[in-house]
Ligand binder design. Sequence first.
Ligand code: GDP
Ligand code: MG
Length: 826
Amino acid sequence: MRLSELQTGDKAFIVKVNGSGAFRKRILEMGFVRGQEVRSILNAPLKDPIKYGIMEYEVSLRRSEAVLIEISKLKEDVVYAVDNDKTDGPENEVEETDFRDPPLSDESDLKKENNNVIRVALVGNPNAGKTSIFNLASGAHEHVGNYSGVTVDSKEGTLRHNGYKFILTDLPGTYSLSAYSPEELYVRSYIFEEKPDVIVNVVSASALERNLYLTTELIELEKPMVVALNMYDELEKSGRLFKHQTLSEMLNVPIVPTVGKKGFGIPELLENVISIYESGNNSHNVKVPYGRVLEKSIGFMCRDLLSNGFSTLGMPKRYVGIKLLEGDKEVENAIREHDKGKELLARRNKEREYIERLLKEDPESAFTNARYGFIAGALKETLSEKTKFEDKTTVLDAVLTNKYLGLPLFFVFLWIMFEATFRLGAYPMEWIEWIVAQAGNLIRVNMTEGPLKDLLVDGVIGGVGGVIVFLPNIVILYAFIAFMEDSGYMARAAFIMDKLMHNIGLHGKSFIPLIMGFGCNVPAVMSTRTIESRSSRMITMLIVPFMSCSARLPVYILFVSAFFPRNGSFVMLGLYSVGVLVAILTAILLRKRFFTKEDTPFVMELPPYRMPTFKSVVIHMWERAKQYLLKMGGPILVASIIIWFLGYFPQDVQREAQFDRQLAQLDSLVLPQTEKEIRVIEIEHAKNTEHQVNSYIGKIGHFMEPLMRPLGFDWKISVSLLSGMAAKEIVISTMGVLYTGDSEDQQSLQTRLLQEKHPDGTPVFSPLVVIGFLLFILIYFPCIATIVAIKEESHSWRWALFSVVYSTGLAWFIAFLVYQTGRFFI
Ligand code: GDP
Ligand code: MG
């Protein structure tokens, strides 16, 4: 029987996991090992994926993945060959030798040098509470999220305790140390390359069995380690008894109960870190017992490693032996480079065959089974059964992921989020605009004329204003996102949306960056890191720019209220929808053309619902606001100064003087006052226009004009679009400069745009041009900061460049289609 056939509410036992690669490995590590009980809890509203309960936590799997897991309703069917020790041994025995490496001497020297400084790495499953502990301990402002994989970068913070200085590093959450996901690789290489003095393994007490899997792997690294038994409050509330002291003795690792949210247990944790550091205990004398068959193979691998003098990348030999037998690609590649590497790998292959033959399962499952077997044994002695009760997660999920209510509730939530972001955000936005205007006036009044004054007023203040005006939107949006992440609802959103996203070849997790994209594309692109599969991650980050970000909104508002005052909301909705449509088509295209391989396994933990603390939401908001100001602020400010420069220079003194002379002449003429004023305005206008046409920006605009002509765009539109490359809101300020209108800045930009005429008297902004222009704004790449983010996340300029060329090309093509076909009909 297959897991996908299990009826909702039914239970069964795992027999075997089929499939291959990352999916299989991940599934095994997450506890889908032989003999484990699994429950089918509920289907997502769109019938797929399905939520399963295993090892006291919840995980969602796609139907297509559940098919790969064999189950049986009868426990007897699955308990064969569990006890490795009963299997008969091979012919050639290997004697028990101590393959442990001697402690490295340089390490202890190092320790003496930087006395009293302890570098601590926080390692643990996603949602174990690493970031919470990190924040509380170091007082650092760090993002906390109740959503698998939110922490993808390592963050450092420092604190002092009992005369020691601690340098804490918050590492990304991992389920194991295998080399499949970027997080796992990152954590492993961090441990071996950065060599933290002490590892603090943060373990969630509410999913102990699965969390301890990583602990067994960490023990094998033979590094000084302390376990933080986090979520201890949840354990106590569940009414279970856990003799953690006993487990601590069994593992020979200190275990300290903590409550990451409240700070309980953190001083004790630090004191344990100090004493482990001082004693240099590497938890040497505990080995995870793998049973006779596996131990024998491990023994052979260690012997060969030792006799051939392999340097083992600073890893313990036993660990390298195990990883080789498990088929770890990274360790394998490192070994292959050695002269005797081929021989060793040949030997390894023989051992793998031997394991497979004897245990009737592949080595990967054999090792995972053995580790889980060890954990189950240890917990049997130390952890009492759960006293049954309906917890709030079950109740909440029955509503929030309900067949009928799940999707509507999700969309209601999204709607509230957007109303708040844009409607509520409009008020502080006005205040900020007012303050910026006042600052500009202050300088205008008090400074003497000259380029410096113009730079300050128009370049700098204008630029800064353009940056900070969106801060309220960002802050509100991220308050919601922080709440969703911290509460655990974000994972449900991915669960609910997976079926839809799957249709365009993506993962439910892609939905979150895409929603964020409506706020600001930069953090959205950065948040794609939560997606494990590279192909899904790449596709997601390349389509995020089509999610119309809030910086594009002011441009829409300006034009829609000027040209479509009656159908405003309809046009706006249309724009957002076109963006989504372009994103969908692009995703399908990219999947077909460039990222054909691998479908992301949808193995996602659904963490229990937890009430977010006010502090963590505020910290999250603050982080994002800072990130926005730092990452976006810089480029926007620089770009607006460059644009100002391009528009201000070159200054033609002679030409200016000529206009001034005309004005002076006018003064001496005897004319009626009104006539005189009109003349003055005409001359001023001619002066401005002459200046613009001859400025650098004018030249670029004119150069581009032939290219934009087929879209019905004049050179000023072209220049505005060009300056919008820096940030979309600059489009407006550029238009403000270029469309000077007839009088001295008395009219609003809207009126000036409405009145703008071609030399032949026809309006520049016909409805077709406006629609084409808005579509162009929507589709061509949002801003330099986003492109930089894509470059950083994809680690390739090629894809960043692709994004620029593709989106701009597409924007041109669509605006072209609209203008040309529209002209045909109108
Ligand atoms: P990380 O993924 O390991 O960094 O975990 P986080 O620090 O982001 O925490 C995940 C969630 O668990 C957040 O909603 C925290 O507020 C919550 N949390 C952290 N520690 C505890 C704890 O000790 N008890 C309870 N009840 N919740 C906690
Ligand atoms: Mg974290």
